[in-house]
Design a protein around this ligand. Structure first.
Ligand code: 5GP
Ligand code: ZN
Length: 114
């Protein structure tokens, strides 16, 4: 746990969030400033600052995050029309919270990425 990290605080229950799912390794909660009708963040409980600092030993954790995102997408009825999973890494991607997180976005057209 990083002391001043907002996602560590949410993951440990010290700060509030609208939590949709959690298990021993991760927590998933609604983005406070949603960019899509459905916008949920999947966050490991362990403090990892970014994909940039990810270690090979975190391989299973990241796989589980993707599978949890898929399950949430299923639960929210997003599978027929589709959804987007995004991980921002660093300045050019606009990463603002320095604790790894996977964005699940859907519920309407998301626009093209390129
Ligand atoms: P990034 O740009 O780092 O990939 O995305 C960070 C996301 O976290 C943003 O979409 C932002 O709205 C969201 N966020 C930042 N602080 C909080 C918070 O305290 N609570 C919640 N629920 N979401 C947050
Ligand atoms: Zn953290």
């Amino acid at each position: 746990m990083a002391d001043e990290c907002i996602f560590c605080k949410i993951a440990s229950g010290k700060s509030p969030a609208n939590i949709e799912y959690q298990d021993k390794d991760m927590v998933a909660f609604w983005d406070v400033n949603p960019k899509a009708k459905i916008h949920i963040l999947i966050v490991p409980k362990k403090h990892i600052s970014s994909v940039v600092t990810l270690e090979r030993t975190d391989e299973k954790l990241v796989g589980e995050m993707v599978l949890a995102a898929r399950q949430l997408a299923r639960d929210k009825g997003l599978e027929d029309d589709g959804y987007r999973l995004v991980i921002n890494a660093g300045k050019h991607a606009g990463q603002v919270v320095e604790h790894l997180h996977l964005h699940l976005m859907g519920g309407g057209p998301l626009g093209s990425m390129g």
